[in-house]
Design a protein around this ligand. Structure first.
Ligand SMILES: [Ca+2]
Length: 470
């Protein structure tokens, strides 16, 4: 009996030693896996200099892009904050009932999904959630060593803006304040992330450090110097400022998100001056965000952490800035689905651009692969690391969804169906980006496209995920 007991103790000691050894192998300086700096930008559309929008001033993002792999065709899986984030962070597709709206919680919609921060934390990473990563501050809270957000009072810099916010709905839709960068939320966020970098530099653990930037989300508030980078007189409404009759009514909305702000009419088109003010404010916020991200990237360099750190930057979905006479997200036009996505992998990426179609659920398995971790079977995405390694992509499709609308992006074709729980379509929309990049000519009801639509409808059902209708 005592011999068995001794064997048992021996086994325990050996087992513990193995575990410690394994842990040490992860943590030692020589074999430490790469850190990850994970920058999420709220409502950032790919209207950026390095995507060809030369009027946008974003020198820091441009520099990051020149050192990264730039995805020209990256698509979010759901064009709304909370759901997009929960899906990306778990690598799982939306379904009829999962990852629905801004209010989505990972803990409620996919409690058994092992999130990316959770996987990294389990494997010895220090994980810090800064700013807006999940929509809800305490969602998936065990995945993080620390969760931090700046005080929300600083959405407005001026007393007037702040007081107005308390009295009237969401307050003013824009603010142009002669104030320091650090007055607003993202300025405070940058300072926190910089402090974290300084602390983490001293640690022998790898880090997953996040920076959840809240602009250019409404309200379009930014310090005056960023407004001054743009001339209001040069701002035009988009060419696609129209809602063609051939497009299903279900494709449009009344941009309720924007209408909650003061000075925005409750219905109808926006007055042209107001529309241009909003576009101007959005641009100012993009440049402001660029400067805050620049501060963090400069500190990463100053601390000589660049060679050890993967940097990924993504916007949670696109944004309609007057496109299709729409404002905000919540639709399945490309303007709401296409997103900025760049990844800098030290020693590997050098500003190459890829046309490979990539979905946001692919981010998780890619980062896991890059740091040598096995991807849990709760993840549905496919790693894009082969593209980083210079191989051609085998994937030419993505599926995105918003409420009843499900879109199959297949090469140049954008096919959307609106379905209820039975999975039967009640409206359809098809655009061919080769001939109609602005999505003004719906082909879905044209007799010549009948067979094509039938084939796309079938393909959509094979690609929207096995659990879609559950
Ligand atoms: Ca968002």
């Amino acid at each position: 009996m005592s011999k068995i007991y001794l064997y048992f103790i021996g086994f325990l000691i050996l087992f513990t030693a193995c575990k410690v050894q394994k842990k040490e192998a992860i943590h030692t300086a020589d074999h430490k896996p790469k850190n990850i700096l994970f920058i999420a930008v709220d409502d950032l559309r790919p209207e950026l200099n390095f995507y060809g929008a030369k009027h946008i001033k974003s020198p820091n993002l441009d520099k990051l892009a020149s050192q990264s792999l730039v995805f020209n065709k990256a698509y979010c899986n759901i064009p709304v904050c909370g759901a997009s984030r929960a899906s990306l962070l778990t690598g799982a597709r939306p379904t009829r009932n999962r990852f629905i709206d801004h209010n989505t919680k990972k803990d409620e919609d996919y409690p058994n999904g092992i999130s990316l921060p959770q996987l990294l934390k389990q494997n010895g990473y220090t994980t810090i959630s800064n700013g807006k990563i999940y929509h809800h501050k305490n969602d998936d809270k065990n995945a993080w060593n620390e969760i931090w957000q700046p005080a929300r009072r600083w959405r407005y810099a001026t007393e007037k803006g702040f007081e107005f916010r308390k009295k009237q709905g969401r307050g003013m839709p824009t603010e142009n304040a002669a104030t320091a960068d650090s007055t607003y939320l993202d300025g405070k966020l940058a300072l926190k992330v910089i402090k974290d970098l300084q602390k983490l530099k001293q640690s022998n653990q790898p880090f997953f450090l996040t920076m959840g930037v809240v602009k250019p989300h409404l309200p379009f508030n930014a310090p005056k110097k960023y407004w001054d980078l743009y001339d209001r007189n040069e701002i035009e409404l988009p060419v696609s400022y129209q809602q063609p009759k051939t497009t299903p009514k279900a494709a449009f909305h009344n941009f309720g998100e924007l209408r909650k702000y003061a000075t925005i009419p409750k219905k109808g088109d926006l007055p042209e001056d107001l529309a241009k003010e909003l576009i101007h404010g959005y641009y100012a916020c993009v440049s402001y965000v660029d400067a805050q991200i620049g501060l963090v990237l400069d500190e990463l360099k100053r601390l000589e952490l660049e060679d050890d750190t993967i940097v990924i930057l993504w916007g949670d979905h696109g944004w309609n800035l007057g496109d299709h006479k729409l404002w905000s997200k919540h639709v399945t036009f490309e303007t709401a689905l296409r997103t900025p996505l760049v990844i800098k992998v030290p020693g590997k990426t050098k500003g190459t651009k890829t046309e490979a179609i990539t979905e946001y659920i692919d981010v998780y398995p890619s980062l896991a692969e890059l740091v040598g971790l096995e991807v849990p079977n709760t993840v549905e995405g496919k790693s894009f690391v082969p593209i980083i390694n210079g191989e051609s992509s085998q994937k030419d499709w993505a599926v995105s969804k918003f409420k009843d609308a499900v879109t199959l992006i297949k090469g140049d074709l954008f096919y959307t169906e609106w379905t209820k729980d039975d999975g039967i379509a009640y409206a359809r929309m098809l655009f061919d980006h080769k001939t109609d990049p602005l999505e003004l000519d719906n082909l879905a009801e044209k007799p010549a496209y009948k067979e094509k639509v039938k084939a796309l409808a079938l393909e959509l059902r094979t690609k929207w995920g096995k659990d879609f209708l559950k």
